[in-house]
Design a protein around this ligand. Structure first.
Ligand code: GFB
Length: 311
């Protein structure tokens, strides 16, 4: 199977490369962003016409944490819409029979029942702090569903919970919470600072899945003959942001004080995914949060030493 991994240099994309490199009978088609800009429709069509992959995983996206989403709403909506529309339509036009689209748990309503089942999509208002990304990801999920219904192609989606791991973005403002904490605590400990500023109240709850587990779940679902149109991927457990701060501080070895800045947004109070559908299909996450944080801190130090840290 010739598999095109769109976005192979990102955190999810690189985890997919690591996962499929191990898979017999799979040859990988990879194109860096500076060679094929997926927001340019002609570039995507030219690539798929030339290479004619058997399957595509769309892991390319403009991503970022709560601050980035509210700072760059136009790019978050436009770039992610363009990537989804261009890649899905070009895949259909070139006869690709299988596409797996990476969505996000933020597609679900702000006050969805917890844990969140797949069928509560579009049942009430979205979380304002990540609405741009959510709308683009809902559009991609729906494009897959409708191309499958109308043209009979197996285009399907996954909705992963908050992901973390090697190759994450460590930008202090635009990153997600877990990599931000690794960097903040590491730099504070190195500089001998006794305080670290924390955003919000620490009360929100978040579920975290290591990106290698997410890639393994994608490989599992890509093998199913008749996969669900969209399915949640997560661990089924969550922690408060306060508990996360404590866990990361312990792993990094920061012993100072955490000062909460309630002027920063908390975002959605909780977004724990109902993963019973995926469990029933036979897949479960393997990496515990504590073990995942330890592995990610080690990769942070290695990326820092190699000068490949994304920040
Ligand atoms: O990871 P995060 O930025 O995004 O924030 P979401 C999670 C929680 O951590 C929020 C708090 O309540 C933040 O206020 N937080 C505390 C921090 N300290 C920090 C910090 O230093 N940095 C960051 N970033 N947060 C994301 C969406 O929502 O979920 C993405 O923005 C994507 O688009 C992702 O959908 C899955 O979890 O709130």
């Amino acid at each position: 199977m010739k598999l095109y991994i769109a976005g192979h240099q990102g955190m999810v994309g690189s985890a997919l490369v690591r996962r499929f490199q191990r898979e017999a009978g799979v040859s990988l088609l990879l194109r860096p962003f500076n060679e094929v800009d997926l927001t340019r429709q002609a570039a995507v069509e030219a690539l798929l016409a030339a290479e004619k992959p058997d399957a595509v995983i769309i892991a390319a996206a403009r991503v970022g944490g709560i601050h980035a989403n509210s700072t760059y709403p136009a790019e978050f909506l436009y770039d992610n819409l363009a990537i989804a529309a261009n890649t899905l339509h070009a895949a259909y036009r070139q006869g690709v029979k299988r596409v797996l689209f990476l969505g996000s748990s933020c597609v679900y309503p702000r006050l969805a029942p917890q844990p969140i089942p797949e069928d509560c999509l579009l049942s009430s208002a979205l979380e304002p702090t990540n609405e741009p990304y959510a709308i683009a990801k809902i559009a991609g999920l729906k494009l897959c569903q409708y191309y499958r219904r109308q043209y009979g192609v197996t285009f399907h989606s996954v909705m992963p919970t908050n992901l973390y791991g090697p190759g994450d973005n460590y930008h202090l403002e635009d990153s997600h919470v877990l990599p931000a904490l690794i960097r903040k605590f590491h730099e504070a400990r190195e500089a001998g600072r006794l305080e670290v500023a924390a955003w919000g109240t620490g009360a929100p709850r978040r579920e975290f899945l290591h990106v290698d587990d997410a890639a393994d779940a994608c490989a599992f679902l890509l093998r199913l003959a008749d996969p669900p149109d969209w399915i949640n991927i997560g661990t089924g457990t969550d922690v408060t942001i306060k508990e996360l701060y404590k866990m990361v501080a312990a792993v990094v070895g920061f012993q100072g004080r955490i000062v909460w800045d309630a002027s920063k947004p908390d975002g959605t109070p909780r977004k724990l995914l109902d993963v019973s559908k995926l469990t029933t299909l036979g897949w479960k996450a393997k990496t515990s949060l504590r073990e995942g944080i330890e592995k990610t801190y080690a990769s942070y130090l290695a990326e820092k030493a190699a000068g490949t840290l994304r920040a």
